[in-house]
Ligand binder design. Structure first.
Ligand SMILES: Cc1cc2nc3c(=O)[nH]c(=O)nc-3n(C[C@H](O)[C@H](O)[C@H](O)COP(=O)(O)OP(=O)(O)OC[C@H]3O[C@@H](n4cnc5c(N)ncnc54)[C@H](O)[C@@H]3O)c2cc1C
Length: 398
């Protein structure tokens, strides 16, 4: 059976799905509202759920490019919790399936991963196309675009993030929860001299730091295994993938009212970050001084409540569109990638003769069973505790 898949949203999940469908020989088109790859964050922690999906969906050379442009193996691949001196208070294993001990999935620069996933998709990627809704037709589904045009297909996949307009039509009861937590997301370029000055605990996989007055910061180093331009030249010559210098991603809690937080200049936000670490270790203060003000942007932590099971149809959902979660376990993008791989597998089975709605239903049942426990754990108030290891979620390196 041959069919055409419409994908709403060209973020982490949508791009991976397009790659997976292409690899399976299934026709698809991606409709992305943004005019191109705009800034959407910095570093992503990767686990084997996301990494295995990339291995499945990407052509071999692009998967190898992802591996070579991933972060070098960190000192310790775990979540470490430290105080304001960088002294370890506790540690927790990352969640996810078992990770490779030699060349594990570590972390990527988000834009690099998206640029890698765009390769070879020029003919199916439609940037600057905002999705407005959909309707089921006699023998398929029609995707309606905000400019009044539409596209017809056999299956529609909502990959349009937490505020998905497709989910609003399919599962209008699903609630977006605002945790009230606000953060400032930034990066600081690093070099050997700065890295030698900061506490070595900050070089672990991912680090949460608790200050004396309740200030909370998190840190994640990104130093690629191989210079990105060198890896691109060998593995995907000519590909439009930017070089990236090593940096430390720094997220800082923000205690300002929204109106002030979201209207402050980057310089003011940088001042707030520096004030927040006045009494911290000199190496951490030096790192915060080095934060690039132009990189700082405020963000709100929101998530979805898990939906009750629904009847499968020609419209399905992946990633944040169905299970947006707080970033406490670094699992949102990994889950979106995992969904893309699992859905590509089921749609390939349908192309091979499996009943289409059974295939979509099997994908949805598996996704609810595997990812909803991670969503619940990520939204649990204990998710910041080093000894909170949820029972129904796999742990990578116990
Ligand atoms: C601060 C922070 C840190 C994080 N760190 C990690 C981490 O370390 N590891 C991890 O696994 N996850 C992390 N996450 C979560 C991760 O970013 C998301 O879970 C992931 O991006 C979800 O992928 P997605 O494809 O479902 O959605 P997105 O990547 O959000 O993509 C959705 C796309 O849909 C587009 N879109 C939206 N509406 C429309 C429309 N109407 N029409 C057309 N297009 C539309 C958007 O422009 C966007 O490109 C973090 C999140 C935050 C906020």
């Amino acid at each position: 059976m041959s069919f055409h898949v419409l994908i709403a949203g060209g973020g982490i999940g949508g791009l991976c799905l397009a790659q997976g469908l292409r690899r399976a020989g299934i026709s698809c088109a991606v409709y992305e509202a943004a005019p191109g790859l705009v800034r959407a964050g910095y570093r992503l922690h990767m686990n084997a759920a996301g990494g295995n999906a990339l291995r499945q969906c990407l052509p071999e050379n692009l998967f190898e490019l992802y591996m070579q442009t991933s972060r070098k193996n960190p000192r310790r691949e775990q979540l470490t919790i430290v105080d304001h001196h960088g002294t370890e208070l506790g540690a927790r294993p990352h969640i996810g399936p078992p990770n490779d001990p030699v060349r594990p999935h570590t972390a990527v620069n988000r834009r690099t991963l998206r640029q890698i996933m765009c390769q070879g998709l020029d003919d199916v990627l439609h940037f600057g196309h905002t999705v407005a809704g959909y309707r089921l037709t006699a023998d398929g589904v029609r995707l309606e675009l905000a400019d009044g045009t539409y596209a017809d297909g056999d299956v529609l996949v909502a990959a349009d993030g937490i505020h998905s307009v497709i989910r609003a039509g399919l599962l209008p009861e699903v609630e977006v929860v605002d945790t009230g937590m606000r953060g400032m997301y930034s990066l600081a370029p690093v070099d050997d001299e700065l890295l030698a000055r900061i506490p070595e605990t900050l070089l672990d996989g991912f680090v949460l730091a608790n200050g004396p007055d309740g200030t909370m910061l998190s840190f994640g180093l990104f130093d690629p295994r191989r210079p990105i331009d060198e890896a691109v030249a060998e593995l995907a010559p000519g590909a439009a993938i930017d070089p990236v210098r090593p940096y430390m991603m720094v997220n800082s809690g923000a205690g300002l009212p929204d109106a002030e937080l979201f209207s402050s200049t980057p310089q003011r936000l940088h001042e707030l970050m520096r004030d927040g670490v006045r009494d911290w270790a000199p190496g951490i203060r030096a790192l915060i001084d080095r934060v690039d003000p132009a990189s700082i942007f405020p963000n709100s932590i929101r998530h979805l409540r898990p939906a009750e099971p629904w009847e499968p149809s020609r419209v399905t959902l992946i990633g944040d569109a169905i299970h947006a979660m707080p970033p406490t376990f670094g699992a949102g993008a990994n889950s979106a990638l995992r969904d893309a791989g699992a859905l590509a597998t089921q749609l390939a089975a349908a192309a091979g003769g499996k009943d289409l709605l059974t295939a979509i239903g099997d994908y949805e049942t598996g996704m609810r069973a595997e990812i909803f426990p991670i969503l619940r754990a990520s939204a649990d108030p204990r998710a910041f505790d080093h000894d909170f290891v949820p029972e129904d979620v796999p742990v990578a390196n116990r």
